[in-house]
Design a protein around this ligand. Structure first.
Ligand code: 6GU
Length: 225
């Protein structure tokens, strides 16, 4: 999978993709993330990427030309399955959407800023709009990093059996059961007996009960759907 991220703050992406599972996916050649600076495509003297909004509302709007030229250049080089705009008024990103998008070959993530981007970009160039939750971030960059991470760990071959995504919280609309490691007792804090019993069937049953119990208590809405 190739993810192209379009941003006016490319420096924000030095870090999030250089550790852990995403780093391994990149070094195995299973994921490629390419960061593009929208400002490099501005064809005006001052490399401006925004302008005053029509209609007199205070606030700057990201203008069409640099973004359109960048998207069109990328699309002339390869085919993209989705051109996604990261915005708080997009559809809510959740595990089922991550599962679907992880099967795609190439996607573009466009990060917005200021009051927004010229609506004509959304009308003519964007195929999907995603939000990561009902709160406002300063820009789409952190959201794009969240979405990229969630997709990349699902690419076949990225995770091994031990880290399998199948047991993730949300994969079966359940939160995960609690986990423990050695020591079996720490200053009187004990690991549940069943986990030390060696009874595999009883352990699986306990884990399922715990998952259902936690989901009922913490996220009852997940069980209704
Ligand atoms: Cl995708 N962008 C911004 N700016 N804020 C958000 C968001 C995205 N998702 C939730 N809040």
């Amino acid at each position: 999978m190739r993810i192209d991220i379009l941003t006016i703050f490319p420096e924000m992406f030095t870090g999030p993709f250089d550790h852990s599972i995403v780093k391994r996916a990149k070094s195995k050649g299973l994921a490629e993330i390419v960061i593009h600076n929208i400002r490099d495509y501005a064809n005006n003297k001052h490399k401006n990427v925004d302008d005053y909004g029509f209609g007199g509302d205070a606030g700057m709007v990201m203008m069409i030309q640099p973004i359109a030229d960048l998207i069109e250049k990328l699309q002339s080089e390869r085919t993209y399955d989705e051109v996604i705009f990261m915005t708080p008024d997009g559809i809510l990103f959740e595990q089922s959407i991550a599962n679907q998008l992880s099967l795609k070959g190439n996607i573009i993530l466009l990060c917005g800023h200021y009051k927004g981007i010229d609506e004509r970009i959304r009308e003519h160039l964007i195929t999907m709009e995603l939000s990561i939750g009902d709160y406002v971030l300063s820009g789409g960059e952190l959201a794009a990093a969240v979405v990229s991470d969630a997709l990349i760990r699902l690419i076949p071959g990225v995770l091994n059996d031990e880290t399998s995504a199948l047991s993730d919280s949300f994969q079966d609309k359940l939160l995960s059961a609690p986990v423990y490691t050695r020591p079996a007792e720490y200053k009187g804090w004990k690991v549940p007996d069943v986990l030390l019993s060696g009874n595999d069937k009883a352990i699986r049953q306990w884990q399922m009960d715990q998952a259902v119990d936690r989901t009922k208590k913490r996220r009852p809405g997940l069980l209704e759907s």
